[in-house]
Design a protein around this ligand. Sequence first.
Ligand code: SF4
Length: 430
Amino acid sequence: MASASLKLPVIQNWSCHNCGGCCREHLIEITEDEKRRIENQGWTQKDGIPADRPVIQKIGPKRYRLTHKDNGACVFLNEEGLCRIHAKFGEPEKPLACQVYPYAFHPRGNRIATSLRFSCPSVVRNAGTALEEQQAGLQELCDQVVSGRQTQVVPPTVHAKAQLSWKDINRFIEALDVSMQDKSVNFTVRLLRTLEWMNLVEQAQFETVKGARLQDFLQLMLEASSKAQPDNDLPVLRPSFMSRMMFRQLAAQMARHDTDQLARGGIKTRVQLLETVLRFSSGAGQVPALREPTSVVTAFGALPNKVVAFSQLENAFQGRRPEIDELFERYMRVKIQGIHFCGVACHNLSVVDGFRTLVMMYPVTMWLARWRAARRGHTEVELLDVQAALATADHNFAYSPALGTGSAKNRIRQLAKMNQIAALCGWYSL
Ligand code: SF4
């Protein structure tokens, strides 16, 4: 079977730094073939595998996942943070999901786009080898994941009433990517400009606007939005009470961290989760204890046990630096180029709804970064706070089932209708 050619984000580097975070944070679902393969590997206590539980557990009809230990780690993770399957039998013997992380491959017409998960601290830090230099290995991995099915994937809709070909959807992707790169203005302005032209896209019919005409239309949108907001001089408007409540609910979902320990927590854990959601909705008093993923704590340091009030996070913070803009630009461009924000990769959202959902990662991450800085007793956000916040939130982006529900999708549409996405981006931009 011929390989689908792979499109790599040229702006990103990555190598594994063996932090073992993914083997603690992610619940690895495996296929029946992988289950048989692991069972045939004959793991016993002598290999360091816990004796008190099977290495694989059934989670539904014909659905299985790797078991975790009480400390949250996969049963195959050893004390040095390395995978026992990898060490004993080689990487190809691990479940495919383990081999693929932090990459994600998504069909984009006749090519496959590569995205990355920023829940991995090395991705957030852009640490490692340029992806371009890893082309051969990635192509091999991609062939296993996609396995010739790319032509069966239909393109995402542009909005509820507009279905275009992959060729035209790629024109949107390229226009969004260009819109994120205009370094003559700061990143907040770039986002607001793009939101503005996406609002116009939502109102347009595309029956006759295709091919070269669509290209001209997108070019016009880009130019008009630059003229409407030519510089960094943005009025900062306080978002409405209602939109801040909806925003905090989203922030609570993005900061959530579902692990095996939580899944086994029972009724007490569920009650605690409900209390957290209610407190985030009210936005009064103290921010409930948010537990950062182990990989984030390992990479960016543990936070002091300091109480933070919701009201503290509504004040502007210091610390706007070019490195923070660079991080967001890279994040958004990787997700856009990798078509990781709409269609099959993201809850079947249209391009417009998916882009708005992706944009909400900006105020959510900045809010979490403020919370992190406040926990350290600072009113200045550092790059490290933003990196840690992004690694936490991106764990859920496009993957958390809670964010794919009708009510979550409606929340984004409501915020857009009230013109509050732009207000939230401006308000929490620092
Ligand atoms: S099987 Fe290996 S790579 Fe996969 S989660 Fe377990 S320890 Fe990590």
